[in-house]
Design a protein around this ligand. Sequence first.
Ligand code: PLP
Length: 381
Amino acid sequence: MKFATIAIHAGQEPDSATGAVSVPIYQTSTYAQEGLGKHKGYEYARTQNPTRLALEANLAALEGGAASFAFASGMAAIHAVMTLLQAGDHVVVSDNTYGGTFRLFDKILKKFGLAFTYVDAREPHLVEEAVQPETRMVFVETPTNPVMSLVDIAAVAETTRRRGIRLVVDNTFMSPFFQRPLELGADIVAHSTTKYLNGHSDSIGGALILNDKEDILRLAFIQNAAGAILSPMDSWLVMRGTKTLAVRMRQHDGNGRLVAQFLAEHPRVKKVYYPGLKSHPQHELAKRQMAGFGGMLSFETGSLKNAKGVLEAVRLCTLAESLGGVETLISHPATMTHASVPEVERNRLGITDGLVRISVGIEDAEDIIADLDNALAHLDR
Ligand code: PLP
């Protein structure tokens, strides 16, 4: 079956009790047992919930994995995957991850004896060079947030396979519709389902998808033992979201290309970061590794004053953190999503005070462009 069919049908058996076509929201904390040790496979809802299990089956199918685990947020999912490690282990990380991921690693997990080395993973050989005898995981995000640089997943997987290290890929920005890390050799895919998978800016969630039998058992244990599960209501919302993932992603991608082109040609815009533009330094890799370019882009306005000017002049685009929803969101990474990244590091990564990020929604592209055109008209050249 093809992607759009899988998205609608995987894990979506009609409800066995009623025939309900939409998987019911099993809003229960526990399940009646017929006798001691006699139950229907459901004992306590932290451990098993039919709505969550249906979503997990759906996400596993979409990423082409054997199993999936859904968590209360993207950060909870990333935290869970890190607890596969133990004190003394070392992790190589792409140096431009979501600020919250860096914060989790740097401010919390370091205290528990994990060590992290951040590398410019656009160059796969730098990942290889950072590997130490204690390295147990490589964690990359691609495309990176917000300057849209890419990691060659297959090239990094070649290193991790050879060295027997897990490769974890945060696939939030592309979604499985455009990028399938497991097929490229990654071991575990992480998602903030809050973004494209849910797609409607009305739920916070996260997920891990993987193939390795032992890690599946370990993560099932961690999900239950640590308990950061996705609620039944949120599981249902994400499931409703994934049913339209294919159509939404096509529209995000189409609009993303048009908005990126418009900005690239605009005299007041200094630079546009979008993998679909020929000017993107990794455009060839983008074409090879991704089936589309998506709806995320950033552009340089040259100064904080200019960035502020655009962010305050837009009317249709909503000034807000987050991304991947049906509505176009616009944000200022330096003071919003990446405020927890030290300033020197931000500047090195290109996250300047003049950088503006857009999560291009699925409205009519003409309206998004007209809104940006109007906002840009106020800027100093
Ligand atoms: N990964 C990426 C790429 C993100 O952009 C985010 C949030 O913005 C996260 C992980 C964290 O997800 P959540 O906000 O659902 O905890």
